[in-house]
Design a protein around this ligand. Structure first.
Ligand SMILES: C[S@@+](CC[C@H](N)C(=O)[O-])C[C@H]1O[C@@H](n2cnc3c(N)ncnc32)[C@H](O)[C@@H]1O
Length: 266
């Protein structure tokens, strides 16, 4: 698929893989949403010390381009000093840093809050947060401690896929956004064609081995390709966003569809 080809929800949805209609992330051993969330949190707690290093090694630094590109997409919001921005599932903060860089370049004082339920992940990002006056917040994305219609922009990078219930996550984002507020969900995808096959080999066979070697946590890097495979395909995700009440939904592939950005407006 060409790099800039955007998908909107108006195309018909063909659901070919029932496993992709999952309610949410299901790490191995999880039996319900509660145990799934617990397993996800435990996994990130465990890999937090090596998370940044692993991210850059495994993505060959392409992740930096993706965070920056996503942040630039929302320049029109970040340029406003009164904007309230939520980085959902912020982890060690690289998405927040990219959002802050766009705002700072425009001399905007947009308030950025970095929310995650893993204390060690936030802790490892603390130096980045403090240096930029980004507010870290330890909380669950499915129960946001934010008022209804209080936020101009919610961005989530590689985090939303880990929620135990995607529809509940979308509803919660919708609730906290102001009318006209926007959401951006950046996450991996599974490209098709020859590139998809080659990338699939790297993602399923090579990446888990390197990840396990550096982090010492085997399950986390086996969970990553499995979670991407279970995550709704773009058309299904767009349909779910519309069902949650969003409009102007679209998906823009990044780097031949290895990743992509979902956008929508409340
Ligand atoms: C793959 S990391 C992404 C971190 C960061 N956004 C980035 O781009 O590097 C996923 C993050 O989502 C967080 N997360 C998963 N489920 C969550 C939930 N229900 N509430 C809050 N954070 C959650 C994890 O703790 C983890 O830090």
């Amino acid at each position: 698929m060409p790099e800039q080809a955007k998908i909107s929800a108006s195309r018909p949805t063909r659901i070919s893989d029932p496993s992709r209609q999952a309610a949410g992330a299901t790490p191995s051993g999880a039996t319900d949403e509660r145990s799934a969330a617990q397993a996800v949190r435990q996994m990130f707690d465990e890999i937090a010390p090596r998370y940044d290093l692993l991210n850059h090694v495994l993505s060959m630094n392409v992740d930096r381009l993706w965070w920056r590109r996503t942040a630039r997409t929302f320049t029109h919001i970040l340029s406003r000093s009164d904007a309230r921005v939520l980085d959902l599932c912020a982890g060690t903060g690289d998405m927040s840093v990219a959002l802050h860089a766009v705002a700072a370049k425009l001399k905007s004082n947009a308030a950025i809050c970095a929310l995650d339920f893993s204390h060690p992940m936030l802790q490892h990002g603390l130096a980045k947060y403090r240096a930029r006056k980004i507010q870290p917040l330890e909380a669950d994305a499915l129960q946001l401690p934010l008022a209804e219609s209080s936020t101009d922009l919610v961005v989530s990078a590689f985090g939303f896929r880990n929620l135990a219930n995607y529809d509940a996550g979308l509803r919660e984002i919708f609730r906290v956004l102001k009318p006209g507020g926007e959401v951006g969900i950046l996450d991996f995808s599974e490209p098709g064609g020859l590139l998809g096959k080659l990338y699939g080999f790297y993602f399923r066979r090579v990446l888990p081995r390197i990840g396990t070697l550096i982090s010492g946590a085997r399950s986390a890097y086996e969970y990553l390709p499995a979670s991407v495979h279970k995550f709704p395909a773009p058309q299904q995700m767009l349909a779910r966003m519309e069902a949650a009440g969003f409009k102007n939904v679209s998906w823009t592939p990044y780097t031949f569809g290895i990743a992509g950005l979902y956008r929508a407006t409340k």
